[in-house]
Design a binder for this molecule. Sequence first.
Ligand code: PMP
Length: 454
Amino acid sequence: MTSPEESPASTPAPRLEQTRHLASAIPGPVSRELMSRKQAAVSVGVSTTMPVFATRAAGGIVEDVDGNRLIDLGSGIAVTTVGNSDPRVVAAVATQVAAFTHTCFMVTPYEGYVAVAEQLSRLTPGEFEKRSALFNSGAEAVENAVKIARTYTGRDAVVVFDHAYHGRTNLTMAMTAKNMPYKHGFGPFAGEVYRAPMSYPFRDDPAMDGKLAAKRAIDQIEVQVGADNLAAIVIEPIQGEGGFVVPAPGFLAGLAEWCRSHGVLFIADEVQSGFGRTGTWFAVEHEGVVPDLVVSAKGIAGGLPLSAVTGRAEVMDAVHAGGLGGTYGGNPLACAAALAVIETIEADDLLARARRIEEILLGRLRDLQAGDPRIGDVRGRGAMVAAEFVDPTTGDPDAALAKAVAAHAHAEGVITLTCGTWGNVIRFLPPLSISDELLTEGLDIVAAGLAATR
Ligand code: PMP
């Protein structure tokens, strides 16, 4: 028996050494053994980026079961923005877990949920009265944002964009653009979802500025859907899975203005781009756009499952009592974590840290691009930056190169993720707790991988 003083909650975890270390080949023997157990027990539908199993993670390092220490340039897909197992998050969750783990907010509510909603009212763009509802995953929150928009407007249609990713549930699969692997064989999909052209500066005609790209989308929406039928447009202010596409300046504002004048709601899916990731609380702020509804998830709770829809009070309150909810939505542990995450971002000025990481990432990748025409584009904001690989003669996407560079990084102990409609983009999503040294070392290894493929 351990006394309360010795309980894991009151014993600070040993700080994980912040150096890359290869104790074995990647994967090592223990990971290989676990991988064969995975194959025998877990659906092949659930695949992994790297064949290594984690034991601990903190700062900018993930340690695996063979004692390898990997540089983390992925944050578990943009989730551990404040760092893995940040001590303040751990302490808040430990206190909550000892008090109670669940009552269901819809049965006997608790303060943490309300406090998270209050913080979201403060942090999301727009100086008006707001309300929030909390859920578990990004996809679940996107679905609920659509439910709310349909109730408020009394309209059915939803517009989404080329290259969009909104999740893997039935409605959000319909909203997601890419067939493989997200949709293939999983239909039929939910109806009344329409797709419009995205602003993609690297692939658009150079004359296609943000205003023109917005007009192109709006013209298509007016012809194919009709504003009177349209409840909402749902857009990622910086696209995530679709390739870290940053729309041309003015695109989002043009869409938002059209929405406002036609009674259409503008919903920002900030699941990947939100919560400090891009150097502002929400990525729409870079474009001065105020959405009617904002969807948060991923970075909001430091790795505990939590998502939210936040928006104008009159929209959020248009839903009948009991119309929103779920058994676990706004779980008390996740709410405690979210409050600690928000406190940490503010206390440590992590928005400034994201901007500093942007300088390092964009600076290094643009240097590489200057000497390597296979890097067609370098783009992104804050700690959400990517390089798009192309065939230099044709400009065609080069997925094989992105894959080879990522494989080199993985073998050298650097967690990198690919993305993009054509799979030809390497994205950098380091935790904001990573040191400059580890980030630079990670980029050195990516550069070496690029050189090795010449
Ligand atoms: N929207 C966006 C923009 C995302 O990036 C994701 C996840 N990658 C989702 C929605 C879905 O989130 P979840 O996986 O938590 O359901």
